[in-house]
Ligand binder design. Structure first.
Ligand code: FES
Length: 182
């Protein structure tokens, strides 16, 4: 009986410390994913302009109706966790005006390893200066020995009230499939 009375407070203290330790460990375990989520949310690189959303690139008047591709920069608004940046360069496109005032758009990035391609008026083809891939006017591979695994990436383009809008998107290089980058 005496022993029980003597051990009682010690046993209560042990129980208290066990519970306190469980609360602390549980709290830490819950805090780790919460902190990781907060860091991801605060990371400015994770807050980019929505890829593939349409942006105004130029006007139809600025694009000659001769069927020859012209290169245009693509500017878009970007936001991070703290700021919004207006008209930031995000890439470039070749635009070509075809019959009926339609416009075709190709991303300027070579799908082999990401260099920018040039358009050569003498051959009427796109040429990549890095490893000599060549592409036809429609973006298809012109020379079968080109190392590019696919043709140039076409983009949706449309004319709205005399303005040319393009759904701009980059795609992963080095693979046959056209897979959008994040
Ligand atoms: S990057 Fe264009 S051919 Fe290699």
């Amino acid at each position: 009986m005496e022993t029980k009375e003597l051990n009682g407070p010690v046993s209560d203290r042990r129980s208290f410390f066990k519970k306190a330790a469980a609360v602390v460990i549980g709290g830490i375990a819950g805090l780790v994913p919460a902190l990781a989520g907060l860091m991801v949310w605060l990371d400015p690189l994770r807050h980019k302009a929505a890829a593939g959303s349409a942006v105004k690139v130029t006007t139809l008047d600025a694009l000659p109706a001769d069927g020859i591709p012209r290169k245009f920069p693509v500017l878009a608004d970007r936001t991070d966790a703290w700021n919004k940046y207006l008209h930031v360069p995000v890439g470039a496109v070749y635009l070509r005006r075809t019959t009926g005032d339609k416009v075709e758009a190709l991303n300027v990035v070579c799908p082999h390893a990401g260099c920018f391609v040039d358009f050569r008026g003498d051959s009427g083809q796109f040429h990549c200066p890095c490893h000599n891939s060549t592409f036809a006017l429609d973006g298809g591979i012109a020379n079968p020995s080109s190392p590019a695994p696919r043709g140039l990436d076409s983009l949706q383009a449309e004319v709205r009230n005399g303005e040319v809008w393009v759904a701009f998107q980059n795609f992963k290089a080095g693979q046959k499939e056209k897979v959008p980058t994040a």
